[in-house]
Write a protein that binds this ligand. Structure first.
Ligand code: UGY
Ligand code: MN
Length: 248
């Protein structure tokens, strides 16, 4: 249904808000019975790609030359890697190192958050390893000293990994204690609830299903509104010097 040209989606130099009414689907090379809503990519200045993959039962993601992180938003998939087959249900996730061999096959109609990034090696750190797990199995900790804002780190706190993916759960009324401005960029998918996101000099109402990209140093703040907790999955580049990857 059209909305007389109106949407909450907004593309700005240092941030992007994409709401489901503006999603456009495409099939990426290697996908079968699967389509992608590409939320952000280097075409916009990001140093990673994030998309939502929508599978029919039996659909497959295919391969990539980059390292890849997947998170099951809805449904379930089978991960075949290192000679084992493991099932991931809702909140299940996996990390695949660059160059590894694996298959991701949907057990039923499913929706996954997918993040891909070319690996940035670091001197003495060993190569990152395969991870297949569930967010439900990860323990949370408060952000700062605020127990109403809980964070789960889905990847190990280890220099082998050049990015982090966390979930953050805000109790109704909880908020970031400061406006953050930092070198890392973010890809964020709202999983539950909603609230107000400050991005740059704009304040947006956001809700489950929305995607946000924040460029490095984009001013950012979130406060949860409503009677239910707000939850999001958030990517950031991590563990590398700001000059890493640039020519001498
Ligand atoms: O990890 C973070 O930088 C996180 N606190 N940022 C955010 O939620 N916008
Ligand atoms: Mn941040």
């Amino acid at each position: 249904m059209h909305n007389l040209g109106r949407t909450r989606s907004s593309q700005q130099p240092n941030h992007l808000l994409l709401t489901p009414d503006t999603f456009v689907r495409t099939t990426l090379p290697g996908m079968t019975k699967c389509s992608a809503i590409v939320h952000v990519s280097p075409a916009l200045g990001a140093r990673f790609t994030q998309y939502t993959a929508e599978f029919d039962a039996g659909g497959e993601l295919g391969t990539t030359s980059a390292q890849r992180f997947i998170f099951v938003i809805e449904g379930g998939v089978k991960v075949e890697a290192e000679g084992k087959s493991r099932k991931l249900g809702t909140n299940g996730y996996a990390y695949f190192p660059e160059g590894s061999q694996y298959r991701v096959v949907a057990a039923k109609a499913s929706r996954l958050a997918v993040i891909e990034k070319h690996y940035q090696p670091f001197d003495s750190a060993k190569a990152p390893h395969l991870i297949v797990s569930s967010e439900d199995a990860v323990s949370s900790h408060p952000l700062g000293d605020d127990p109403s804002l809980q964070v789960k780190c889905l990847l190990p706190d280890d220099m082998s990994f050049d990015f982090a993916v966390n979930t953050m759960v805000y109790q109704p009324g909880a908020a970031l204690s400061m406006v953050e401005m930092h070198v890392m960029e973010h890809g964020l998918i709202m999983l539950e609830g909603g609230g107000i996101y400050r991005l740059g000099d704009s304040w947006y109402s956001v809700t489950a299903g929305d995607f946000i990209w924040m460029a490095p140093w984009c001013p950012q703040w979130f406060g949860a509104i409503g009677k239910l907790p707000a939850k999001y999955l958030i990517y950031k580049d991590w563990n590398r010097h700001p000059l890493a990857g640039l020519q001498r």
